[in-house]
Ligand binder design. Sequence first.
Ligand code: SAH
Length: 249
Amino acid sequence: MPITPPNLPFHFETIGLIHSPFTDKFGMPRQTGLLEGAEGWIELLPPWNRQEALQGLNGFSHLWVVFVFHQATRDPANWRPTVRPPRLGAKRQGVFATRSPYRPNPIGISLLTYHGWQYKAGKLCLRVGGLDLLDQTPVLDIKPYVPYADCRPEARGGFAEQAPQSDELPVKFSPLAEQQLNHAAIDYPNLDRLIRSTLRHNLRPAYFGHIQQRQAFGLKLYHFNIQWQLHADWIEVHSLIPPAQKPTP
Ligand code: SAH
């Protein structure tokens, strides 16, 4: 009898949710570990929020997080075999040669730093860093990064051999932004580092070659709308507009 390949409509559960500073796709890092201050949480959802499920995890420094690109889902009938990786400008690559969110199954993997678990407002949460994920991203699985098996110094990086370079332009805050930042730092101590690294990271010419000096832009981090502008050789943050109602970080 011929053996038929398994082609069932597999069913996966959302075991957790990402709590990330990135509430908007604009300004997000393209991979894990690229931005300073990109820290957050994985909240485990019931019935998966059992402490026993984390037994042994605190000996590991990094985690593989498997998740759904929930804001990049497309009808599978419209899938494209090639995509445009941001670092290559207009040049297309095969989807399976990239880490693009737009793939037949919108599943991603991120290697995050792990800083232990704790209960936050009664919810079992894992503290993580190096995020390249949107806030509220559904998590399918968490696995420890096992250095002897996962670290391959001889590996080749194809068209992504080098990490993207960040700009060296200094980021300065206006007196108003400075004041707003100081106020925000009570709840968001990493916000200063995060704004600076996000702005430097995103000004790389491959992504923002068309950027105009003196044009004002908005960047969303947490619930703040950050207004900034590019000058000849520096970046100015004008203001951080918080919403009327402040959610808990
Ligand atoms: N490290 C992962 C993700 C790389 S792509 C992997 O290799 O699979 C990272 C980009 O995915 C981000 O710049 C952002 O634009 C996008 N992204 C992150 N979370 C997303 C989500 N939940 N839905 C859709 N796109 C998302």
